[in-house]
Ligand binder design. Structure first.
Ligand code: SAH
Ligand code: SF4
Length: 398
């Protein structure tokens, strides 16, 4: 086991390794208060902190600067002091791929903390659609959970992303899309209109960093993307759901995927700890829930596993009384994946039933499948464990 290997505890949960220290501390992803604290530690006088933090904030999030030398609202001396003390560079882009459908995927390398040793990798995906553009952001390297249909769940190397690494994904996408105001783009003409925490990892297992990152992203003075346009997807970490509503306040998506505990235990093993009834109770208590702010229930369509009309009926029954949207996701296969996508005719039948029960347009079109950018296909090259091996383990456990 290396230091970055995950440490499984007896219940099958796991603790991710910590992010390594960097040569110079980073400023990206710090909340305003933490940014002021950092500037104070570099010797800036107390009474200037608020103003200086505002200037640095604007440089980072309004202009997208990666170098203090461009922050000309600061004196030359101060730019030099900050440049010597702090890092505001981007994550390293390993590859950028473009799908035939316009979806873009970036493979990004994180710092390892050890000179000469390459750090772990994560993926970020941009999905352009008519009138909107969604950025799918990762919250962890890999995932400590082991959903049997998910490629990320087969990845052994796990650590939490820092808030800076989460915000950094948005900054890289804005660079690549030319979305900074200086790049002649009208600021209302946004390319990233929505963010979904649906990349690699379980965001509620990296709560504080996700909360800070989303505070930075939604701050009205910077990237300024409203929390109504940010969706956090969870596999069902029940004790954190209410806290997410209270402390983060973004939109919520639940990876439900099955309507009885027996099937869900197999698909989403976390269900053994937090079964469907407890999960739906937590949803009913989600702060701010209303017909205008519904919870999205994601449901991956797996042939012969969860796609019968009986399942659809039970789904509608279970969600009764919860302001909900249903998102049917055709299963996206990956090398060695142990499931098949439901037939289209069956997906349509299922969708029809759900539609007639009052849930509109529920099938999510797979995007970027040719570059392995679709839901659940993300997995960096730092993979250590073969999928088939994992599947056998899951079967043995079941
Ligand atoms: N860990 C979080 C968020 C990341 S996964 C969660 O599980 O909700 C984002 C979504 O993709 C989840 O709904 C997940 O269940 C779904 N997903 C995972 N693998 C998939 C696959 N192979 N095909 C389709 N959807 C998948
Ligand atoms: Fe982790 Fe979500 Fe994949 Fe499950 S579906 S293994 S929680 S990333």
């Amino acid at each position: 086991m290396t230091a970055l290997d995950i440490a499984h505890d007896k219940r099958g949960a796991a603790s991710p390794a910590a992010a390594p220290a960097r040569a110079k501390p980073g400023l990206v992803g710090l909340t305003r208060q933490k940014l002021m604290d950092a500037l104070k530690s570099a010797g800036l006088p107390e009474k200037q902190l608020r103003m200086r933090a505002g200037q640095v904030w604007n440089g980072l999030y309004k202009s997208g600067f990666t170098d203090f030398s461009r922050m000309t609202t600061l004196s030359k001396d101060l730019r030099e002091t900050l440049g010597n003390a702090f890092d505001i560079s981007r994550l390293e882009i390993v590859t950028e791929q473009k799908s035939v459908d316009g979806t873009r995927k970036w493979l990004l390398r994180l710092p390892s903390g050890v000179p000469g040793v390459p750090g772990p990798e994560i993926e970020t995906v941009y999905i352009p659609e008519e009138g909107r553009g969604t950025l799918c952001v990762s919250s962890q390297v890999g995932c400590t959970l082991t959903c049997t249909f998910c490629h990320t769940g087969t990845q052994k190397l796990v650590r939490n992303l820092t808030a800076g690494e989460i915000v950094g994904q948005v900054l890289i996408a804005r660079d690549a899309l030319g979305e900074w105001p200086d790049s002649n783009r009208n600021s209302d003409d946004r390319l990233i209109t929505n963010i979904v925490m649906m990349g690699m990892g379980e965001p509620l297992y990296n709560f504080d960093n996700v909360r800070d990152a989303l505070d930075v992203i939604s701050d009205g003075e910077g990237i300024s993307l409203s929390k109504r346009r940010i969706t956090l997807s969870t596999s069902g970490v029940v004790p954190m759901i209410e806290k997410a509503g209270a402390d983060i306040g973004c939109m919520l998506a639940i990876s439900l995927h099955a309507v009885n505990d027996e099937t869900r235990n197999k698909l989403v093993p976390l269900n053994k700890k937090y079964p469907i009834r407890e999960l739906l109770d937590a949803c009913r208590n989600y702060p701010g829930l209303s017909n205008a702010r519904r919870i999205t229930f994601e449901y991956v369509m797996l042939k012969g596993v969860n796609d019968s009309i009986e399942d659809a009926k039970e789904l509608v029954r279970l969600l009764k009384g919860i302001p909900a949207k249903i998102n049917l996701i055709p299963f996206n296969p990956w090398p060695g994946s142990p499931y098949e996508c439901s037939d289209w005719a069956q997906i349509e039948k299922f969708a029809d039933f759900v539609n007639r029960a009052g849930y509109a347009s529920p099938v999510r079109t797979p995007r970027g499948r040719d570059i392995m950018a679709a839901c659940g296909q993300l997995k960096s090259e730092t993979v250590k464990k073969r999928a088939s091996e994992r599947f056998r383990e899951a079967q043995a456990e079941a």
